[in-house]
Design a protein around this ligand. Sequence first.
Ligand code: ZN
Length: 378
Amino acid sequence: MELRLPTLLVLLLGFLLLPSCSKPKPHLSALASEPDWSRLSASAPSLLPGDSANSPGKGEGHYWREHPLRRTSPERPLAGLRIAIDPGHLGGRWARMEYRWFLPSEGKVIAEGDLTLWVAKKLERRLSEWGAEVFLVRKAAEPATPLPPEAWRGLAEKYLDEGKNLNLESRDNFQELSKEEQIRRVAEMLFYRVAEIRARAALVNAVFRPDLTICLHFNAGDWGNPEAPRTAKVNHLHVLVPGAAQPEEWALDDVRFEMVQRMLEGTYRVEIPLAESIADALAASTGLPPALVPGGAVQKIGKNPYVWARNLLANRLYESPTVFIEAYVMNHPETIARIAAGDYEGARKISEKSFTSIYTDYAEGVARGILDYYSPVK
Ligand SMILES: [Zn+2]
């Protein structure tokens, strides 16, 4: 092709003007808005050059407190502490869409979002008894986000056309699905995995403003067909702190902002020792061994064998120190039997062993770990 002079001039002019008249388009993760980098000067004024106490734009810093206890007593050892609890996933009528359910060969459907809510309510009761102010991001099997999955169809189609990396899991052979089915799956994922978590984070950061956030989950081995699930061979526990973002995650402006903000505000100063304290107490209350390598993009942090770092939307977005717990493997035969037994007082014999309720063991371990960290017996 022959380029004529006027064309070349237009191209050259465009090239010269480009840097001055157009800002590079931000690289953002799904449903993220462009970060306001000036907010970082409020996060850590002493670390930024030229900033001083009087400079405009200096904010109030973070809302969470490193030493929050006020007038505690032996009966109320956590008085003054504000705790948000995020019962992971939705459960109920949403569990099938979330891929967080299966039907064991005996008994009823097991849905992670229902299990986490049971634990959350027991944990809320215990922490409140000890004087803490507790906030649940959901109290039922219903979403915090106001928009239904169908509302995301237009954006789902746009993301698919752009080839945006949405971390779609391969279990459905996604590429082989019809366009219509792909749009439906992506819209659902934007609903339960992105919009929902962003709505919970908005609630925590703007309304609850806690000193710490606890995310409750149950782990699972790959169960294959949920109506004829495989069982897992090993039952285990691990506890995650935010961190270990992968290179492709650092390349996203919103993720980079959120990671740098966490580092400047020093959430790790609370979350690493808090995670270790919760891990020790949970190991004692559940008797579970550590997961050797939890898998995925996880990285070892510190010396406690239960504690790892991992960058998740569901831990990074909470601005307070955040501990994300994966206790019990849902499709392990012992866990299945204990879930079938439900919640109860005292001990019961299950598969020839004596057990307190699985929900009690989980909630009591987390509560004890929080107590040991914030209000240690001297
Ligand atoms: Zn989970």
